[in-house]
Structure formats: C-alpha cells, structure tokens
Design a protein around this ligand. Structure first.
Ligand code: ATP
Ligand code: MG
Length: 268
C-alpha cells in the first residue's frame, strides 16, 4: 500500500468536510407565508486539520450550514459529508460550540465535562484523567466543583470547550462563539483556541461576523452571499503562524482584511 506520512493515501486525501450543491428552504408557520430559501447550490470542501472561517451577512445561512454539519438538520438537496460519510445525525465526533456556552446549571464544572462520556457509558479512568487535564489546560483547575452560575462568561466558555474536547472530536463547529464577549476576553479566547487547535489537530469550521477575527484565525475564509446563501469567494490567508493580535497591525493583514471586505461587499 502506498503511504503518505504513515497514512494510506485514501485516508490522507479525504476531505474533512464536503458540502456539495446544498439546498435548504424553510416554510413559515402559516400556509400563506412565503417559502424562504436559506441556501442554494452551496459548495465547500474543508481539508483535514484546516481552520475554516465562514463569514457572511446576517441571515445568509451560516448557522443553517453548521446545524447540517452537526446533524441537527438535513439538506433538501445536495450532500453533507464529514470524513467522506454522509451526516445522518449528531455524534461525538463533531463538537458544537455556540455563542452562549451550553452547560447544565445543576452540574459542577467537572460533571459538565464528564456528561457526554457518562451518558454514552464510556466513563473510564482515562476519560476522567483527560477531563481533569483539559480543565487544567483551559485554566479551570480550581473550578472543578463550581457550578456554572459561579463562573464568569469567559470561564463558562472555557468549560464548554473542555466539555466538547473530552469527546476527542475530529471536527469542531463554532457558531460565533466569542460574539458576546468583551474585547479583552475575546482576544484571550482567540489565543486559547489557536493553541488548542494546534495541540489537538482538529478541523474547525468557525462562523463569525467579524472580518478581523476571520483573518486572524483562519487558514481560509469562505465569504458567503445572502438570499439564498452561497459561497461567494474562498480567500487563502497566507499569513505565517503562530499569529497574535499584534499581527493585525501589519500591512499584509490590513490588505487581507480589505480583500475580504471587498468580497463581502461585492454584489455581483
Ligand atoms: N428553523 C427555522 N425556521 C424558519 N426559518 C429559518 C429557520 N432557521 C433559519 N431560518 C431562516 O434561514 C435563513 C438563514 O438563517 P441562519 O440562521 O442560518 O442565518 P445566519 O447566517 O446564521 O444569520 P446570523 O448571522 O444572523 O446568525 C434566514 O432567513 C432565517 O430566517
Ligand atoms: Mg447564525
């Protein structure tokens, strides 16, 4: 068998995500309400280990796409594949993080992190060790026994991260996860996310409204157009890593932001 970096060629070459000709419409509650086409002919491929940012105007279908990848909803037409397999429902191989961290208020931080493995009857000593180690990584080593209402907004986000990562997802789906955070906490969370992404070597699809955030984090930025949502342009971010907030002041970064903004504003 031919090997590429120790992996069979077929596995190494397989995209992490394939969205092919995806169409999705929603109908209003009343029969007279017009049919709303959220996405039509949406195509995108994401490479294994890539950090892909999805950027587009409000209502262009970003969350709808993420929900399809998470397996919460199905396309009307087209294909939604992860690791070459059609998505048929939610699974622990795909971790989802929303703008509001989803934690059970009646569970401690550690029990929130252990919730998934416990629910799947997969709670082993190894999983416990990983949970404790992850809480340390996210800076919550002293908050194992705290309940969500005792954590700050940033801490809750980090706890939600640990809760998702304990499942060792291959794909992380993030829907404007830092949108509600103050500027300082957001920068800290971006730095933290890049560190985790490099350490865990996962594929990330990250939805944001923020051009600067997309350029700072992404390997590529998929710019969407709205009504119905389509991939308008995919822009390579050829800035060296590791990147930090200081890089946003360089000429290369400012030029990149301009290219992304022009793609967003392009009406043709
Ligand atoms: N469950 C639903 N029922 C009816 N319409 C929906 C539903 N979910 C989404 N839509 C519609 O589909 C379109 C795309 O919505 P979506 O939430 O995916 O947009 P978005 O790009 O995530 O927007 P935002 O940036 O504001 O979060 C919108 O017109 C929205 O009203
Ligand atoms: Mg959305």
């Amino acid at each position: 068998m031919t090997l590429t970096q120790g992996l069979p060629v077929s596995t190494a070459a397989r995209p992490a995500v394939e969205l092919i000709g995806v169409k999705k419409h929603f109908t209003g509650r009343s029969r007279r309400a017009p049919k709303r086409v959220a996405l039509d002919g949406f195509d995108l491929t994401v490479r294994p280990g890539e950090f892909l940012c999805l950027l587009g105007p409000s209502g262009c279908g970003k969350s709808t796409l993420l929900n399809m990848l998470a397996g919460f909803t199905q396309p009307d037409r087209g294909q939604v594949l992860t690791d070459g397999e059609p998505v048929t429902g939610p699974g622990p191989d795909r971790g989802v993080l929303f703008q509001t961290p989803m934690l059970f208020p009646w569970l401690t931080t550690l029990d929130n992190v252990l919730y998934g493995p416990r629910a799947r009857h997969e709670l082993t000593a190894e999983t416990r060790r990983r949970a404790v180690e992850l809480l340390e990584t996210v800076g919550l080593a002293d908050a194992h026994d705290a309940f969500p209402h005792e954590l700050s907004g940033g801490m809750r986000h980090r706890a939600a991260f640990a809760r998702v990562l304990v499942n060792r997802p291959r794909l992380l789906l993030m829907d404007e996860p830092f949108g509600a955070l103050d500027a300082i906490t957001r920068v800290a969370m971006q730095r933290f996310l890049l560190h985790l992404w490099q350490r865990e070597q996962i594929t990330i699809v990250f939805v944001t409204h923020d051009v600067e955030e997309a350029a700072l984090l992404g390997d590529r930025v998929c710019v969407m157009s709205g009504s119905p949502g389509r991939a308008r342009a995919v822009i390579e971010v050829d800035l060296p890593r590791p990147r930090s907030i200081e890089d946003t002041e360089t000429l290369e970064f400012v030029q990149l932001k301009r290219r992304i903004r022009e793609a967003l504003e392009d009406d043709h």
